[in-house]
Design a binder for this molecule. Structure first.
Ligand SMILES: *Cc1c(COP(=O)(O)O)cnc(C)c1O
Length: 359
């Protein structure tokens, strides 16, 4: 059977060569006589796997030495609470709300501490980013939280200069981490669930500057304490071993593609192809301001009523799946992460043109 063109927002496509390598190594990893799924996380084989994964990630993102890389669980959603629990230390934090995910992060932070709304673009239906003049920062915030790519609304921060240099930036990068080079030193903490652009679900990545550790209150449950996780090499308890292993294969695949500068060029080309097709059409519409359109998640609606279901059914006949939009936005959404080849986007665009001609 042919593999489908899978535009799922997450869990999402993985590179085919990664899946093939995982298959080839499934029963007997590197001659050790068992699967990675079956080996102890306390042995030298798994130490090798996790250490290599961290080293490759550090190389890809050029992570400075004073940052710790944590391989955690609970998804980005647990980070919405874990971040304020670790970093607030009795202070407040500022939140910029630019879409569904940062809105959730803000709400969750308010459950465990003092979260302040610094800006929101909700009245514009999350189709743009706030200008510098719309952002009101408090003087004593422990950090400023942003979501640099809004997966549901298709809004991406291509530039963080408007956010100011003096704040401790905390960024949810779940849906565009590793899609482009990032200056990690501009952030206090970067996090993301793995299942969009890193690897299988079950793994959550946190990259945190060392001086932000050690601020957690003494009654914080141990598993939620970044400092404990950092001191134990992300192995205070059993880590998601297989997800870490596959993420490591993805990091090696990215290095073979030429690293993040090269994958960024591929991502720009894919996004350009799709947005140009949408903008040139009379049927499809993307509501996001061009300057902040996401390269990873491309929502679009059909201007003619009652065609959505027919679009989805006809797409499936061409092997194009998981294209239905999030219910909050409606219409369609094509998620075109690193693993989506240009050919997949070409297939989608030619299907869309064909569908428009027939309708
Ligand atoms: C998917 C997503 C989340 C939630 O991730 P989970 O790992 O499912 O908790 C949070 N933020 C963004 C930007 C996302 O895309």
């Amino acid at each position: 059977m042919e593999r489908l063109h899978n535009f799922s927002a997450g869990p999402a496509m993985l590179p085919q060569s990664v899946l093939e390598q995982a298959r080839d190594e499934l029963l007997n990893w590197h001659g050790c006589g068992m699967s990675v799924m079956e080996m102890t996380h306390r042995g030298k084989d798994f130490f090798g796997i996790i250490n290599q994964a961290e080293a490759d990630l550090r190389e890809l993102l050029n992570v400075p030495a004073n940052y710790r890389v944590l391989f955690l669980q609970g998804g980005a959603t647990l980070q919405f609470a874990q971040i304020p629990l670790n970093l607030l230390a009795g202070r407040s934090a500022d939140y910029i709300v630019t879409g569904a995910w940062s809105k959730k992060a803000f709400k969750e932070a308010g459950k465990v501490g003092n979260a302040r709304l610094a800006a929101t673009t909700e009245s514009s239906n999350f189709t743009r980013l706030p200008g510098a003049e719309e952002i009101s920062l408090s003087n004593d915030a422990a950090y400023l939280h942003v979501c640099t790519n809004e997966t549901v609304h298709g809004v991406e921060m291509h530039d963080i200069a408007t956010l100011g240099a003096s704040v401790t930036l905390v960024a949810d990068m779940s849906s565009h981490i590793l899609s482009r080079p990032v200056d990690v030193s501009k952030y206090g903490l970067i996090y993301g669930g793995a299942q969009k652009n890193i690897g299988p679900a079950g793994l959550t990545l946190v990259i945190v500057r060392e001086d932000l550790l050690g601020k957690a209150p003494a009654n914080l449950p141990t598993m939620l304490d970044y400092t404990v996780q950092a001191e134990n090499g992300s192995m205070f308890n059993t880590p998601p071993t297989y997800s870490i292993y596959v993420a490591g294969l993805v990091f090696q695949w990215l290095k073979k593609q030429g690293g993040l500068a090269a994958i960024e060029q591929a991502n720009i080309a894919k996004a350009k192809l799709l947005y140009e097709a949408i903008d040139a059409s009379n049927l499809y519409h993307n509501p996001v301001e061009p300057s902040c359109r996401s390269r990873m998640n491309v929502p679009f609606t059909l201007k003619k009523d009652g065609l959505d279901e027919a679009f989805i059914v006809a797409a499936k006949q061409q092997g194009i799946v998981s294209i239905k939009g999030h219910k909050m936005v409606g219409g369609m959404r094509a998620s075109i992460y690193n693993a989506m080849p240009l050919e997949g986007v070409q297939a989608l665009v030619s299907f869309m043109q064909d569908f428009e001609a027939k309708n």
